[in-house]
Design a protein around this ligand. Structure first.
Ligand code: NAP
Length: 329
């Protein structure tokens, strides 16, 4: 028997995978690089566009996939740096409309060293700079960059986008795929889709919002595109605290999201911080709109009030369905 969940599951396009392996990267060339925060921010996040024409990656990536970057040089053990994956931030037809230029949204990893293993020096708190993120952010227009991929076959827009409506939930640089998806749905070659699209973006401060101008512009120009921001560290509505993406969706459930999430057309995409899905799962279940998006693999948990679900049990027993796609790490 076919359940309603199966009927509403999206048909995804077939994605090309691992055309270029990490051991043999090909050379792309940076065509543009710019900061993409919303003004003042303590972070440095860039929009970096890379020309991959003439390589197997050209015309062979889809929005929602990732590609790899191999920083030159060797690590502390003298081994070549491992490949790092970055979410593609451009539509499937690329920044150039031809699928020859892809882009991503790297954030400089800047931290202090902290001991990770018992043998590490407990007093070592020197500056730590993430190797690949800083390599990518340092690159200038015209520089060569070793790339691999593409990777990922399940966090994709459906083959027929008009058949669905969309809830995109992002934290921080998890916005990358949604930039490309929104562009593809609203500015794609077939013209704007008529689907409803809600983007919920979480950031610490307003200055940390990424591609904010683009999304505000889309919200102004397309009445089917809705942009909601969840700012976690700024006081709001008389409270001294901010709000997370799941809290905002909870707050807006009755006015905006309940019937939207109950519709069998709707797909949910979640990208960003590992663990961000947990609060969202609880909100969906507690509000009674989890059907079609979640499956609970434990009878005790299913019988419990979702507000009381223990975190470890959520991780173990709550799974997202094909209508709820996750990219969190
Ligand atoms: P960021 O600027 O620090 O923003 C993250 C926001 O989410 C902050 O407002 C943070 O609030 C909030 N937050 C923290 N815990 C949360 C939770 N449990 N539920 C909901 N919101 C929560 O983010 P970032 O530094 O760019 O980090 C983005 C993360 O996304 C990175 O870990 C990156 O690896 C990941 N990412 C994954 C993919 C992928 O899987 N394809 C792609 C891109 C990025 P507070 O800090 O105020 O608590």
């Amino acid at each position: 028997m076919t359940s309603e969940t199966d009927v509403a599951a999206p048909t995804l396009p077939k994605a090309q995978m691992h055309l270029v392996r990490p051991t043999e990267p090909v050379i792309g060339r940076v065509v543009s690089t710019r900061l993409c925060m919303n003004g003042k921010s303590a972070s440095f996040v860039r929009h970096v566009a890379i020309d991959v024409s003439g390589t197997p990656l050209a015309k062979n990536f889809l929005v929602g996939q990732s590609f790899g970057v191999v920083a030159p040089g060797v690590d502390e053990k003298g081994k070549p740096h491992k490949v790092r994956l970055y979410s593609i931030a451009s539509p499937s037809y690329g920044e150039d409309g031809e699928g020859n230029v892809l882009s991503t949204t790297p954030k400089r990893v800047i931290d202090e060293r902290t001991p990770q293993r018992p043998e590490d020096d407990p007093d070592d708190h020197r500056l730590f700079l993430g190797v690949c993120s800083n390599y990518l952010c340092d690159l200038r227009e015209g520089d060569e960059v070793p790339v691999t991929g593409p990777a990922g076959k399940s966090f994709l827009l459906p083959a027929d986008p008009e058949q669905h409506d969309y809830l995109f939930v992002a934290t921080g640089t998890g916005i990358a795929p949604f930039r490309g998806m929104a562009m593809e749905l609203l500015d794609g070659p077939g013209g704007p889709v008529s689907s409803q699209i809600h983007l919920v973006m979480g950031a610490p401060y307003r200055g940390d919002l990424l591609y904010d101008d683009l999304f505000r512009d889309y919200a102004e120009r397309h009445e089917n595109f809705h942009y909601h921001t969840a700012i976690s560290r700024e006081p709001r509505g008389g409270s001294s605290r901010g709000i997370y993406v799941d809290g905002l969706i909870d707050e807006m459930m009755d006015g905006t999201f309940r019937s939207f999430l109950q519709s069998p057309r709707t797909l949910v995409y979640v990208c960003g911080l590992a663990g961000m899905q947990i609060g969202l799962f609880q909100v969906l279940a507690r509000q009674g709109v989890g059907d079609g998006y979640l499956s609970i693999k434990d009878d005790d948990l299913a019988a419990m009030d979702p507000a009381d679900w223990p975190r470890d049990k959520i991780k173990r027993y709550v799974r997202s369905t094909k209508r709820c796609m996750l990219e969190v790490y």
